[in-house]
Design a binder for this molecule. Structure first.
Ligand SMILES: [Cu+2]
Length: 145
């Protein structure tokens, strides 16, 4: 009992000592890959939510489906490859049609509607998150978009 209480107290001190232990707390949802029109390239969309009190950033994505995944932003009608996409503290990183997105390049095979694709998201600070996203019809748009 006593040891536990001391442990907790020491822990609280330690946390206070490192500036309140700010850390990101991430979760990923609402992902999908539209069935690609091209044989060797697909887009990917998802949302990363940060319930923590420190910023983080998506820095890369890996999947067995594609040799390479790049991160893109969209500026007007032009897309631009970027090194990272920020996931602000208490905020969202949204990847959606017409905006930020993933490009899955050099596909192993063409994914079909009904399949699941496993994506591993890598971040600047947080541990990687693995999600399974469905392959949707080419022109699919989620509700509310
Ligand atoms: Cu792109």
């Amino acid at each position: 009992m006593r040891r536990t209480a001391l442990g907790v107290a020491a822990c609280a001190l330690l946390l206070a000592g490192c500036g309140g232990a700010h850390s990101p707390q991430l979760s990923a949802a609402a992902g999908f890959v539209p069935q690609p029109a091209l044989a060797d390239m697909a887009a990917g969309y998802l949302t990363v939510r940060n319930d923590g009190d420190a910023d983080d950033a998506l820095t890369s994505v890996t999947t067995s489906l594609a040799a390479r995944v790049t991160l893109h932003t969209t500026d007007g009608t032009r897309m631009k490859q970027v090194d990272r996409l920020d996931v602000p503290a208490g905020g969202l990183l949204e990847l959606a049609r017409g905006g930020n997105h993933l490009m899955l390049e050099k596909l192993d095979r063409k994914p079909r509607v009904g399949e699941k694709v496993t994506l591993t998201l890598h971040f600047a600070k947080s541990e990687p998150i693995e999600i399974q996203v469905p392959v949707e019809p080419t022109s699919y748009r989620p509700e509310g978009e």
